[in-house]
Ligand binder design. Structure first.
Ligand SMILES: CSCCC(=O)C(=O)O
Ligand SMILES: [Fe+2]
Ligand code: NI
Length: 186
């Protein structure tokens, strides 16, 4: 179930405020300038090739490109049998920013986006159907967990795609990781 857990960035050990209501999650995120919507998905095989996924969602990608000026789309897809899963998980686990607006659309599985907005961290446990934006300059990180299972379409305004600037802040290490949040919020 999609879940939003809001933490106090200065008191990461305090219990978060938790909601599972998609309307409430959207309202909370929208009030911070973050887009959150639930879009229809198709049932594609877990091992579908990126080109097949981009083709299957070409209408949605065209809509997002026309609306928001996105130039590039790619696909990130992980399964628990991926021998490089630990390295992939690590790649996104530290707080970073992007110098452009980005969108993520979960067409399969789940993962947690942590958005550090002012004095709060919004941990969004995204699921299949969830579309979330990461506005330019937003401090954030992503945890796919130890047994990753997801397919995400990513949209970029930068033709080169994913470029991250790490903040050097270790806040990500102070908040509960995927394993802890998964149990707490379900
Ligand atoms: C679910 S997409 C992988 C994470 C990512 O692209 C990001 O943190 O920018
Ligand atoms: Fe990112
Ligand atoms: Ni619950």
């Amino acid at each position: 179930m999609t879940t939003l857990s809001i933490f106090d960035a200065h008191n990461p050990e305090a219990a978060p405020a938790i909601t599972h209501d998609p309307g409430e999650i959207a309202a909370q995120l929208n009030s911070k300038g973050v887009r959150f919507e639930r879009w229809p998905t198709q049932n594609l095989p877990a091992d579908a090739a990126p080109v097949e996924i981009l083709e299957a969602y070409s209408a949605e990608i065209a809509k997002l490109k026309a609306e928001s000026g996105f130039q590039t789309a790619d696909v990130i897809s992980l399964n628990p049998d991926n021998p490089q899963k630990e390295a992939f998980r690590k790649k996104f686990l530290d707080e970073h920013t992007h110098s452009e607006d980005e969108v993520r659309f979960f067409v399969r599985g789940q993962g947690i986006f942590y958005l550090h907005l002012g004095d709060q961290v919004f941990a969004v446990q995204c699921q299949k159907n969830d579309l979330i934006s990461v506005p330019e300059g937003t401090r954030h990180w992503f945890d796919m967990g130890p047994e990753p299972e997801f397919t995400c379409i990513r949209l970029f305004t930068n033709p080169e795609g994913w470029v991250a600037e790490f903040t050097g802040d270790n806040i990500a290490g102070q908040l509960p990781r995927y394993e802890a949040l998964e149990g707490e919020a379900v």
